[in-house]
Ligand binder design. Sequence first.
Ligand SMILES: Cc1cc2nc3c(=O)[nH]c(=O)nc-3n(C[C@H](O)[C@H](O)[C@H](O)COP(=O)(O)O)c2cc1C
Length: 367
Amino acid sequence: MGSMLFSPLKMRGVELPNRIVVSPMGQYSAKNGSCSEWHIMHLGSLAVSGAGLLIIEASAVCPQGRLSPSDLGIWSDENAAALEPAINFCRKFGGAKIGQQLWHAGRKSSTTVAWERQQAIPLDKGGWTPEGASAIPYPDRNTPIALDAAGIKRAIKDHVDAAKRADAIGVELLEIHGAHGYLVHNFLSPLTNQRTDAYGGSLENRMRFALELFKAVRDAWPERKALGIRISTTDWADGGWEIEDSIQLVNKLKELGCDYVTASSGGSVPEQRLSVFPGYQVPHAERIRKETGMCTMAVGLITQPKQAEEILTSGKADLVALGRGMLYNPRWPWHAAVELGEEFFYPKQYERSHPSMRSGDFLKPAR
Ligand SMILES: Cc1cc2nc3c(=O)[nH]c(=O)nc-3n(C[C@H](O)[C@H](O)[C@H](O)COP(=O)(O)O)c2cc1C
């Protein structure tokens, strides 16, 4: 019997050839939100990696929703026009389905890029005022303004408009970024949401923004295309968002037609108590899957093919996403296929790299 890792999964009209996902990873290499040649190289190499789904990095739905000035965006037609050839390039050579993550960085925004240690960019040095659920700053960052009712409407519309642009350039799956201390998460967590209106206070009120946003995007996104969300299942901090809250949120998302949930964690507050070990977030993907019946994507230090296979066969998740492991070794799916005894598709130009082809006469025609 074949492995589960290399078995297909259908979400609405999107048929993933296998369960390996390239996790969205910001490249800090865009100009005015538009993708660069770096993205063509980066996405192209991952599209031919053999993964079943490639999720394009967090893409800001409005300029002030970026973390750094170099983040990718999808707020303008120019952004979409720049990304379209990259997507076509990926499709021409690779078998991965193309997804994209929609994002507003919320109270964390206005920082330098990752390799400049994500320092706040002050207002007088080209920075901007972040938008959050409440005017509570992330330590050492600019103080956000709390979105008012009109701001909430606008942020939702920005996600909807971004989804329409993504549809127009051929993206087949969208993931709302609801994790890592960004805008959606700002509303969910009591540590960052101290509102007294209908969007703050009770769990139901704190979930309102996420649910309204999800519904608006679902309504605008074609029925046959998949829509999921990444959440931080817990803040890992006292008085914060907890896994039990996540279960309740996912039950509501299910009613709205959510296709999958990626179980990430943390990012809300720097004092989080997070211990990182292989598969550290998998138990939360498992709990959500078992308690809600939602399709889950596991992520976080999944690096070994047998580890990935076990996550699937034991019913902990339906998909496994790899981030750093795919940057380190973009041929990870090929190696996993060999380890799990699978036949696998190679671009014909690379066929002779398969271990079974290396020992023979290399002048012989490839298989
Ligand atoms: C360079 C880099 C950029 C990332 N950018 C994003 C992002 O855009 N959106 C997101 O949800 N997570 C982002 N992450 C988190 C990864 O998607 C992933 O969840 C995390 O790295 C844990 O998985 P891993 O151990 O396989 O790397 C990023 C991680 C890295 C290393």
